[in-house]
Design a protein around this ligand. Structure first.
Ligand SMILES: Cc1ncc(COP(=O)(O)O)c(C=O)c1O
Length: 367
């Protein structure tokens, strides 16, 4: 039997009757835009994240763009982030007209190297915001990012698309910066049945601005304070997310248990990606690295085991980066990681028999 990278069937089956009931309720209400399911989910998600406000929106990419927009970041501004991320992080910066400045990752944890951040902030002018990305569900050392941001007067937006529920020094992902963004793409730790996203903040004014931006800059019907966009959270998705949210901590614990078994059982010649000290990782991906990545992935594929690569091409080496005329950048740790990393199947329901098979195939392939 094939082992997929992510299997949503068991998760969905466990909640299907309640999800169908929640959807039926929205259908019966015929409120297909706006309505109580959105406010209900926003309240629940803000509580879960231990913050004041959650604002639902269409997807995690719009969330990033609206965060930048709400902070007034645009043409002539610079925004510092990493190249080792999904393209959306950098795309959002470009789409608001700002210039992305990319820093390298820490070679052990593969999240933003805060020393590289400090060096860049000291020498680059015009940086209005920093976007640390909690890639794979592991968090950036946020106390350092906050300290650097404050020192240079730069706002902080946490890209928490892969880190729902993670903690750093006991505090939830998304509660360190001015704003944080989440994606509820179906494969995320908390996933909708299609595209969906949210922003969180403890700042009342930023919350007000983002709520308006996602709905055409609207203050009240036909009164628009700014030019926003249409990126409202779909009430069907909000209703589904409200059913799934109470299960999230349990799923994250399940992912951590799978990761702990991999840590213990995989051969030592396979390099683990380290967790940031004092971070409670939520393992959106379980990532290892090896110079013979392709051979190992072929051995897995031959044994009917899926694997992934997050990410094979860093943003600064994407055709889009060159096509836009951005300068060449050298980010050695990022570039090396992109050649070596691969992601193993991880989801809360992955059982020990399946995991045993994955470990055996990799051990045999490594000799
Ligand atoms: C780190 C990161 N940022 C942003 C996004 C964008 O989210 P969405 O796909 O919901 O637009 C993703 C989703 O893949 C992501 O992984």
């Amino acid at each position: 039997m094939k082992i997929p990278l992510l299997d949503l069937k068991l998760q969905h089956a466990s909640l299907a009757p309640r999800i169908e009931e929640a959807i039926a309720k929205v259908l019966a209400s015929t409120s297909f835009v706006g309505g109580p399911p959105i406010a209900e989910f926003e309240r629940a998600f803000a509580t879960y994240c231990e913050t004041r406000h959650a604002i639902g929106c269409g997807n995690g990419t719009d969330a990033l763009e609206m965060a930048l927009h709400a902070l007034g970041v645009g043409k002539g501004d610079r925004v510092v982030t990493v190249s080792h991320t999904f393209i959306a992080t950098v795309e959002a910066i470009v789409n608001v007209g700002a210039e992305p400045v990319l820093v390298d990752v820490d070679p052990q944890t593969l999240v933003m190297d805060t020393n590289a951040l400090a060096e860049t902030m000291a020498k680059v002018d015009g940086v209005r915001a920093i976007i640390p990305v909690h890639v794979y569900g592991n968090m950036v050392a946020m106390d350092r990012v906050v300290e650097i941001g404050r020192r240079h007067g730069a706002a902080i937006i946490e890209d928490a698309a892969q880190a729902h529920g993670a903690r750093y020094r006991g505090k939830r992902a998304g509660t360190f910066g001015d704003l944080a963004t989440f994606s509820f793409f179906p494969g995320k730790n908390l996933g909708a049945l299609g595209d969906a996203g949210a922003l969180i903040t403890s700042d009342d004014e930023l919350a007000r601005r983002v709520s308006a931006l996602r709905d055409h800059g609207r203050r009240e019907k036909y009164v628009h304070d700014s030019f926003g966009r249409n990126s409202r959270l779909d009430p069907l998705q909000a209703a589904v997310l409200s059913v799934k949210l109470p299960a999230l901590d349990g799923w994250n614990a399940g992912r951590r248990a799978v990761a702990a078994r991999y840590d213990q059982a995989l051969p030592p010649s396979l390099t683990r990606v380290a967790t940031t000290p004092e971070c409670e990782h939520v393992y959106h991906q379980y990532v290892v690295r090896h110079s013979r990545r392709e051979a190992l992935r072929e051995a897995l594929a031959a044994a009917q085991i899926d694997s992934g690569v997050h990410y094979p091409v860093p943003v600064h080496l994407q055709p889009a980066w060159r096509a836009h005329g951005f300068p060449e950048v050298s980010l050695p740790h990022t570039e090396r990681a992109c050649e070596e990393v691969f992601s193993l199947p991880i989801f809360p329901e992955l059982n020990s028999e399946q995991q045993g098979r994955i470990v055996r195939v990799l051990s045999d392939a490594l000799g």
